[in-house]
Ligand binder design. Structure first.
Ligand code: GRF
Length: 195
């Protein structure tokens, strides 16, 4: 099976990127990470990528006058590297509808809640405030609407009585690191068999 060229877009620590890098190293995994792009120079994920011998690119939104020109720089970098799948992993920029349309069915995101519940930021604080009994994480296809799009995989995580935002985030993150590689495998296999 062909290994599909995959880019990961990050803004921060990159623990999900690490999970994807580790999974892609397994024999027979249908995707390989060939490019990591960050919009922030201080993202630790850039170091993780460099340690794994993967090409990195810094494309700072601050260098562009608007979202369209930023997204077009992103697009050019992805196409120049022959990227076939894009994984958003803690990438903290909203993407324009035009950019998203170009990657329809080929761009996925991980979100720390059981979508469609708790879209947006501060999900763990909000589920705790709402007194929920469980939460989780979701990998989904990216559409023009934020944290929307077909769900590929979800993992459920119980909320414990003494959970803080931090303990809950850590428990959800463990599950994120499991389902993100699984979801990438599903998407890559789907695309491979469609070709
Ligand atoms: C994760 O919680 C992910 O669900 C959210 O941003 C966080 C990124 O963490 N979209 P990391 O950079 O992968 O460690």
């Amino acid at each position: 099976m062909k290994k599909l060229k995959t880019a990961v877009l990050i803004s921060g620590s990159g623990t999900n990127l690490q999970a994807l890098l580790d999974a892609c190293r397994r024999p027979g995994f249908p995707a390989e990470i060939t490019l990591v792009i960050s919009n922030r120079a201080d993202a630790y994920g850039l170091t993780r990528a460099a340690n794994a011998g993967v090409a990195t690119q810094l494309i700072s939104h601050k260098d562009y006058p608007d979202r369209e020109t930023f997204d077009s720089a992103l697009y050019d970098a992805l196409v120049a590297s022959g990227v076939e799948i894009v994984c958003l992993a803690g990438f903290m920029r909203l993407l324009t509808a035009g950019f998203v349309a170009k990657w329809q069915g080929r761009m996925i995101n991980i979100h720390p809640s059981l979508l469609p519940a708790y879209k947006g930021l501060n999900t763990h604080r909000r589920v705790l405030e709402a007194g929920e009994k469980e939460t989780g994480c979701t990998v989904h296809f990216v559409t023009a609407e934020m944290d929307d799009g077909e769900v590929i995989l979800q993992a459920h995580v119980p909320i414990l009585p003494d959970d803080s935002e931090q303990t809950l985030a850590a428990r959800v993150l463990e599950q994120e690191h499991k389902i993100y590689p699984q979801a990438l495998k599903i998407v890559a296999e789907r695309l491979n068999s469609a070709n």
